[in-house]
Write a protein that binds this ligand. Sequence first.
Ligand code: PA5
Length: 357
Amino acid sequence: MTNGVDLNQEALIAGNDPGGMLKALWNLPEQCEEAERIAQAIDVNFTATEIKNVMVTGLGGSAIGGDLLRVYAGDKAAVPVIVNRDYTLPAFVDASTLLFAVSYSGNTEETLSAYAQAKEKGAKIIVLTTGGKLGQLAEADGYPVIKVPGGISPRAATGYLLIPTIVIMAKIGLLPDAGDEIKDLTGHLRVLREHLKPAVPVEQNLAKQLATKFYNRLPVIWGVSGTTEVVAQRWKGQINENAKAPAYWAVLPELNHNEIVGFEKPENVLKQLEVVILRDRADHPRVQKRIEISKTIIKDAVSGVTEVYSSGNSTLARTFSLTYTGDYTSVYLATLYGIDPTPVKMIDFLKQKLAED
Ligand code: PA5
């Protein structure tokens, strides 16, 4: 029982989620399968030899898929994947760039601006959206549009916003075929959701346990370069947007060269930090060693340190096992705070204010 809220009361969790975030989470395996089908039907009229770099331009929930692609492709693709979260594009973008313009709503102004620049630069554009202005522009301009279903929050659409980029890169020959891996991923997610769903009591539900640890604390999520780095960022974003609470993230080994020094003062603030370290079997052996040492450095200064290990076989399954756990955790944290996870009033307010100009 936290804040008078009992996470074993399923009805209470459901009552706190009128926007249906939990339903969207539950449907993630089916979403990934549908995303694969949609992307397979897209025709692309260029080949791998024409591509020197891949860029994903987008923001927030539409950009995180790009980062997941960047890490996924890191040890598989012969070309770099770069994520752009801005109005403008770097100077190197040209006709040899495969540019995914990703906006779930299709109306995000930074992405629309980047799209216009990409068009000017002659990049090979593929749009990934539910529609909106971006969908209309791309159709009028004759670019391929991967149209995914609407009706959920962008951050709940990670399957729709990541899987098609993998499928398209594989189609072109920039990545190996991912069909078996996607199958492995969806199978694993189906198993995981049975462990994370609201009906599973706190005692057996890792996400509920983590939410309880995060309650009234400052979550700090550590990931590892090349494996769980984006997942740490994702946990932070999900806690921000779903639970409307602050959270911070950092990545090893880099954090061993700066952040690790900052666990001395102020002691009362440090005692509010609840640290989670995301671990994967592919973490570099020296980083694994670093984690062990780092834990001993911080453990007495902070409120708590928990390690969460990925599960599953393939890279995609292991990555999503951790994002899925973080997604559920953020929704249960929202329940503890009595907050509806779906609306993001501050983002909407900013978009509205900017649209007034
Ligand atoms: O999760 C959210 O709602 C946001 O992070 C959005 O994804 C972000 O504002 C960009 O909007 P869109 O995904 O529609 O381009």
